[in-house]
Design a protein around this ligand. Structure first.
Ligand code: ZN
Length: 477
């Protein structure tokens, strides 16, 4: 079987991947802090680690993928104070939005999705271990991790103490023994979420949440920890320090994988630059947009910076149209155990084993499309076969079957090809028109409740109705 290797951020080297337990691969990925809609940068790690999980599932008998929900955080508290919406309502709504958006991007749910607020007890237990081991101390209702107590601090991110001080934007507080010490627990005022603890009523710091949830679901040492490169310091550095100090002799995560940043039109996304985009903004382009955005993301290697532009989304849309046009043909179905189909699919997936090279795997899907076109409508495959160094002579249907199998591991081309070609857009538009007609009927019958219900239903789909002079028009809001 093809060797599996990753670039490990912790060692800055390419390493052959060997799981701790050959029967069971365990991975943890930092999940969202739920106070707002997911933006494009939030979507990238979810898609990248979805492909990784699909690949691991193909090779290993069992995979446990844990991705947490951070539902206690100062950003959530601040949002609630600004808007007046209760914290529980914000986190429930945002979690549901996140699930809906990630499903639209073709991502499968993780095996475990622990919420921080359901895991306060393991956080307190972990903090108690750190105090007992001499790596943390309580002061004025806070508990702090003592950075000087852990000489390896900074090794994961490869930063000097000065760089770390600058990167962590440390608050100098009178209760800190060292300015670099970070918060594990802090006191909560009466109007903020809080839990009873040995240090009084309070709430956890963000970093301890991930150490506690990975420990609870995967144990003190596991195979892969993933997340965006922006989390490497201080978040992952702190997670590592907490976990190895609480469990002396353990290594926490063996392999660290970090995806690169996402730019919009060549610039870092920011609200002030006006290039801030949510996944919802992408999905509003049409029913094709979720899969097109997924393809766009996977056309760039996960560690490289990625630039989103509307042109690149349209390009991915066109590319999907070409793939689906091929798959919509009435092609012969090869047997399930067809050896050539398996060989071609394996070849297309080979690059994923080399540090998840999705870009090359997608290029190979295009080669399979060319081979199918030649087998079905004629032409010459000599150029493609010469370039890839293969002497295959696929019959009609074989390359398409291999294409489907390989695309499935990338989470692509899973839609019904006929429906895709007929244009989901057209179908959805017809549905909207039908709903508008039903609402007009309800209004004529003075059934205002029903009319309002239909308006609300459309509004939830991002459709805005405009009533003018007896007619109703609509647009996407
Ligand atoms: Zn985390």
């Amino acid at each position: 079987m093809t060797e599996l290797a990753f670039h490990n951020s912790a060692t800055r080297r390419r390493e052959i991947f060997v799981p701790i337990d050959a029967e069971h691969v365990r991975l943890y990925v930092c999940g969202p802090t739920v106070y707002d809609l997911a933006h494009l940068g939030n979507a990238r790690p979810v898609v990248v680690f979805d492909v990784l999980t699909r690949l691991l599932r193909r090779r290993f008998p069992r995979v446990t993928y844990v991705r947490n929900i951070t539902d206690v955080d100062d950003k959530i508290n601040a949002r609630s104070q600004e808007s007046g919406e209760p914290i529980g309502a914000i986190t429930a709504r945002t979690t549901a939005d996140f699930h809906r958006d990630m499903t639209a991007l073709g991502c499968l749910p993780p095996d475990e999705e622990p919420r921080a607020t359901d895991n306060i007890a393991p956080m307190i237990a972990l903090i108690e271990k750190l105090i007992a081991n001499g790596h943390a101390y309580a002061a004025e209702g806070h508990v702090l991790f003592s950075v000087p107590s852990f000489p390896d601090y900074g090794k994961l991110s490869g930063r000097t103490p000065d760089e770390m001080m600058a990167g962590a934007r440390v608050d100098v507080a009178p209760y800190k023994r060292d300015p670099g010490d970070f918060v594990l627990w802090k006191p909560s005022e009466a109007d903020l979420p809080g839990w009873d603890s040995p240090w009084g009523r309070g709430r956890p710091g963000w970093h301890i949440e991930c150490s506690a949830m990975s420990w609870r679901y995967l144990g003190p040492e596991f195979d892969i920890h993933g997340g965006g490169h922006d989390l490497l310091f201080p978040h992952h550095e702190n997670e590592l320090a907490q976990s190895v100090c609480a469990f002396p002799g353990s290594r926490f995560a063996r392999t660290w994988l970090h995806n690169g940043m996402l730019l919009v039109n060549g610039e870092k996304m920011s609200k002030s630059l006006g290039n801030f985009m949510t996944v919802r903004d992408i999905l509003a382009h049409g029913p094709w947009a979720g899969e097109a955005f997924r393809l766009l993301l996977l056309k760039t290697h996960y560690r490289a910076a990625l630039d989103y532009t509307a042109e690149r989304l349209e390009e991915a849309h066109t590319e999907l149209n070409d793939f689906y046009a091929l798959l919509a043909r009435d092609l012969p179905q090869p047997e399930a155990d067809d050896a050539l189909v398996a060989e071609m699919a394996e070849w297309a997936l080979e690059p994923l084993h080399d540090d998840l090279n999705t870009a090359l795997a997608i290029a190979r899907l295009r080669d399979l499309r060319t081979l199918e076109n030649v087998a079905t409508v004629g032409g010459s495959a000599t150029a493609v076969l010469g370039r890839i160094g293969k002497s295959w002579e696929p019959e009609s249907g074989q390359a398409a079957a291999a294409l489907r199998q390989a695309a499935d591991v990338l989470g692509l081309l899973a839609s019904d090809p006929q429906a895709w070609r007929q244009g989901g857009e057209a179908d959805e538009n017809a549905e909207i028109e039908a709903a508008i007609t039903a609402r007009l009927e309800a209004r004529k019958a003075k059934n205002w409740a029903e009319a309002d219900r239909i308006r609300a239903e459309l509004s939830a789909k991002g459709i805005v109705l405009e009533d003018t002079a007896g007619a109703t028009t609509w647009r996407r809001g």
